[in-house]
Design a protein around this ligand. Structure first.
Ligand code: AMP
Length: 290
C-alpha cells in the first residue's frame, strides 16, 4: 500500500494506473476504522483494480460546538488495517492541503439537506458535499462506495454527482452491525459500557418497526409512537429525531405503502448516534404475482 499526503503526488500515481487501463474504486473516510469501513474497502477491491481510501477529518462538516477536536484518530492502526484488506493507495492530506489559504468554494445541495441530520446540523451537508466533490475531482474514480448507515449522506452525494454531471458511479453498502445489532460507528468509542448497552435500543426500535410492518401495521404515526415509547424506556438515550419518510425526498410518510425510511438520531452520553432502516409493506397476496 502506498501512502500519499499531497494531491499532486496522488494524481500522478493515479494517472499512471489509469494509463495501464486499471479501473479505480474510492472509499472516502474520516478514519478510526471499524468493520463498516473495511467492508466498503473489501467491496471496492472486488469491483476495481485499484482501491483508493482517503482519511480526512473534514473540519467544514463539523459545527462550532461539535466533536471535531475529540474525533477519534489512530492512523497507525488504520494504515495496518487498510493494508491487510489490500488497499492500494491511502490518501491522508492535511487540512491545508484540502483548504489552502483563500479557499472560497462550497457546494450546497438544496432541499433534501433541510431534513433529518441537515436540519439538526446546519452546514453539515455543505461541508460533506464540498469535501466529497473535491475528493471525487482529485481521485476521479470509476466508482465510489458509501455506507447506507449515513443514508441521507448517500442520497445527497448521489444528487450532487448527478446534478454536477460527475462521471462516477455511487454505490451504497448496507450497514454493518455488531453481533447484537448496534450499527458500527467510530463514535461508539465514546460510549461507556452502560451507555453501549443502552444504545442498543436504537437498532432494536428499527427491528420493531420492521416487525410491525410485517404484522400488517401501515400507520406511520402508530409505528413512530411504539418506537418512541421503547426508546424512552432507556433513560441514557435522548432521542433527537425519529422520522418515517420517503427514502429519496425525506418527505414525511403517513401510510407505509412503499419502501419507507425510518431514520433515528439520538444522543447517548457524549455520542450522537444515527441509524436507519428501510421498511417495506407486506405484500397482500404474494401468490398472485404470477
Ligand atoms: P466515516 O469515517 O464515519 O465518515 O465513514 C466513512 C464511510 O463509511 C461512509 O461512507 C460511511 O457511511 C461508511 N460507514 C460508516 N459506518 C458504517 C457501517 N456501520 N456500515 C457501513 N458503512 C459504514
Amino acid at each position: 500500500m502506498l501512502e500519499f499526503n499531497t494531491i499532486a503526488e496522488l494524481r500522478k500515481a493515479l494517472k499512471a494506473e489509469r494509463s495501464k487501463g486499471k479501473t479505480t474504486a474510492f472509499v472516502p473516510t474520516m478514519g478510526y476504522f471499524h468493520d463498516g469501513h473495511l467492508t466498503l474497502m473489501r467491496e471496492a477491491k472486488k469491483r476495481a483494480d485499484c482501491v483508493v481510501v482517503s482519511i480526512f477529518v473534514n473540519p467544514t462538516q463539523f459545527g462550532p460546538n461539535e466533536d471535531l477536536d475529540k474525533y477519534p484518530r489512530n492512523l497507525e492502526r488504520d494504515r495496518s488495517l487498510a493494508a491487510k484488506v489490500g488497499v492500494d493507495f491511502i490518501f491522508i492530506p492535511t487540512v491545508d492541503e484540502i483548504y489552502p489559504k483563500g479557499y472560497s468554494t462550497y457546494i450546497d445541495v438544496e432541499g433534501i439537506t433541510n431534513a433529518l441530520c441537515g436540519r439538526q446540523r446546519p452546514g453539515h451537508f455543505r461541508g460533506v458535499a464540498t469535501v466529497v466533490t473535491k475528493l471525487l475531482n482529485i481521485v476521479q474514480p470509476d466508482i465510489a462506495l458509501f455506507g447506507e448507515k449515513d443514508w441521507q449522506q448517500l442520497i445527497v452525494i448521489k444528487r450532487l454527482v448527478s446534478d454536477l454531471n460527475m462521471d462516477v458511479e455511487i454505490i451504497g453498502i448496507p450497514t454493518v452491525r455488531e453481533p447484537d445489532g448496534l450499527a458500527m460507528s467510530s463514535r461508539n468509542s465514546y460510549l461507556s459500557a452502560e451507555e453501549r448497552s443502552a444504545a442498543l435500543v436504537i437498532s432494536k426500535s428499527l427491528t420493531l418497526a420492521a416487525n410491525m410492518v410485517d404484522r400488517g401495521e401501515a400507520s406511520a404515526s402508530k409505528i413512530a409512537s411504539a418506537l418512541k415509547e421503547l426508546i424512552e424506556k432507556e433513560k441514557a438515550v435522548k432521542l433527537e429525531y425519529l422520522e418515517i419518510c420517503d427514502p429519496e425526498t425525506f418527505a414525511p410518510v403517513e401510510e407505509i405503502k412503499a419502501d419507507t425510511l425510518v431514520a433515528i438520531a439520538a444522543w447517548v452520553g457524549k455520542a450522537r448516534l444515527i441509524d436507519n432502516t428501510i421498511i417495506r409493506p407486506k405484500l397482500e397476496n404474494p401468490g398472485n404475482l404470477g
